[in-house]
Design a binder for this molecule. Sequence first.
Ligand code: HEC
Ligand code: HEC
Length: 366
Amino acid sequence: MTLALIVGVFTLASFVGANRRPLSEVPSPGELAELRKLYTGAPATWARPRLRPGAKFTEMAPLRLHPRPQGNDLDRARLGGELFNDPRLSASGHFACQSCHNRRLGWGDGLPVSFGHGRAEGKRNAPSLFTAGYQSALFWDGRAPTLEQQALGPLTDGREMANGELTGVADRINAIENYRQRFAALTGRDTIELQDITAALAAFERTLERATRFDRFAAGDRKALTDEEVWGLHLFRTKAGCANCHNGPLFSDGGAHNIGLSYFGRALEDLGRYGVTGKPEDAGRFRTPSLRHLSETQPYMHNGVFPTLPGVVRFYEGGGGRVRDDRKDAQRPALFEAARRKSSLLQPFTLMPAERAALVAFLRTL
Ligand code: HEC
Ligand code: HEC
């Protein structure tokens, strides 16, 4: 018994000091079983995450889903779902929300960056909306605090739905008898206001989230993840350092970080949060996105530069992106310095091919 315990601890120690393992080695079934033991209890008892100074860590957990709407709330969500699919919300009559947030494409559009009104190419990737009803900061730069406010963004954005005057939206929807009657039944008012429309869209969006395989695992269903996926979970929390920023039930610390994707001084330049706050230190920072439903939401990052998850992992192995010295801009020295300064929570690391595959397998359970 004591011997078994010592051997067990020794095996675990070899995982913790994983860098010293011979390069070709993949854990044996026995070792994988030992590793799994670290993850049998509730998340609070799992192997401690390897965190760097300044990390804001909340333990992983299954996401508690909003209760299914009932009564008036259900009617509002249904109206929202119809509006979401209705191109009459856009000035041209050609774009619905679902043109860029398609159910079959993980509620995104599958493109690196979205096309909108007049086929103008936007600057950013259409995020998946599965988790939108659970986030405290929306958009890649976190500029909208609520779904209701967020919906005003695409409605007015010249590249998205191009309603220069928002009154036009409510007027068009008021002209549709079916909508007018059903909204009147909810609001007791004769005319539909813009906020009725945004409230309905938001109510619909709050119904999109689904339980994942990881949720079931974290809630105690140990069979929900394979041994390889548990290995990937361990790497996510330890050697790969992902849990420094992607943690809690949403796999986001709710913050904004610079991981080197600002493309400073290049055609794709996007300074992220700086555009919201105007503070130079925010140049290059983007909201930590949720990682839920990743297997359906490619391509990845605010500008969709990575078509696959192994590509994302290799990017992190190299310590993230970088702004080259020759992009120095005499007009914008403070922004250049900030864009170049990546988060100290990001550090390069090396994975064996089998480890990379395990980490990717884990990401696909989220
Ligand atoms: C032309 C494509 C397009 C259309 C049409 C469109 N969106 Fe989006 N949506 C985007 C893009 C691109 C972003 C990210 C923009 C950014 O971060 O600056 C986005 C972001 C969002 C977000 C934030 C998600 C998050 O995780 O931060 C929500 C919610 C959303 N859209 C809902 C809607 C709704 C509701 C409509 C219809 C009223 C709509 N969108 C219409 C492309 C579109
Ligand atoms: C310093 C904080 C930080 C660390 C550490 C970190 N990330 Fe991220 N992650 C971010 C931020 C910020 C973004 C958004 C960046 C952007 O779009 O420009 C992001 C984006 C992503 C995306 C794209 C999500 C989408 O919807 O497009 C994936 C996938 C991802 N991270 C996985 C990982 C993995 C795997 C690790 C560990 C190897 C990791 N991250 C480590 C902060 C971090």
